[in-house]
Design a protein around this ligand. Structure first.
Ligand code: ADP
Length: 194
């Protein structure tokens, strides 16, 4: 299953609950950081391609700097993806090998809709809340300021587009207990499918 939603929609909250029911969670952001940690061939290739400018003084990947370079240059972005994507794929395969044949595997993929990845999953679940709720929750819980959150929302897929890509929409505009109940329903469905 592919799990997605805008910033602050509650993807992590849903993933945690599914994990509690017994799902195997694969976190795309975490994996894409792992494969470019210092000492990996991923980071070595990135430095060879983009220069030491994209490394911090401690020798870690300087993501904002790399982001600036690839943001407006699709050829460079393609080069970066050619380094990162196969490694994410290989690591994901490795994690999958640890799962039993009837496991429910949940891929937490923030940019699933933006990158048009729905076809990779049997079921796409979108966590949905009104934008003002996204802003309020992220401001309250992560201390970002409201304008930063709005800018991020505007850079992500629009709510309608994300919902249109869903097999299942999880409305997370209610309480955490409401979310418990909704996730339990989704879990029952996923188990049946698995
Ligand atoms: P995402 O992973 O999509 O960015 P999170 O799961 O981290 O979103 O949720 C964003 C914030 O909102 C977190 O601090 C989380 O605890 C809080 N949150 C999630 N669901 C609810 C809810 N139903 N009611 C209140 N707060 C919530």
């Amino acid at each position: 299953m592919g799990l997605t939603g805008g910033i602050g929609s509650g993807k992590s909250a849903v993933a945690r609950r599914l994990e509690g029911h017994g799902a195997l969670i694969v976190d795309a952001d975490q994996i894409s950081r792992e494969v470019v940690e210092p000492g990996t061939s991923g980071l070595e290739e990135i430095a060879a391609e983009f220069g030491d400018d994209v490394l911090t003084e401690e020798g870690r990947l300087d993501r904002p700097r790399l982001g600036e370079i690839v943001f407006s240059d699709t050829a460079k972005l393609a080069k970066l993806n050619a380094i990162v994507h196969p490694r994410v794929g290989a690591r994901t395969e490795e994690l999958m090998k640890g799962a039993s044949a009837d496991a429910v595997v949940v891929y937490d993929v923030p940019l699933l809709v933006e990158n048009d990845l729905g076809g990779l999953y049997d079921v796409v679940v979108v966590v949905d809340v009104p934008e003002e709720e996204q802003v309020a929750r992220v401001v309250h819980n992560r201390g970002m300021d409201a304008d930063q959150v709005r800018a991020r929302i505007n850079a992500q897929a629009a709510r309608d587009r994300r919902r249109a890509a869903a097999d299942i929409v999880v409305d997370n505009s209610g309480t955490p207990e409401d979310l418990d109940a909704r996730v339990a329903e989704v879990w029952e469905y996923l188990r049946t499918r698995a």
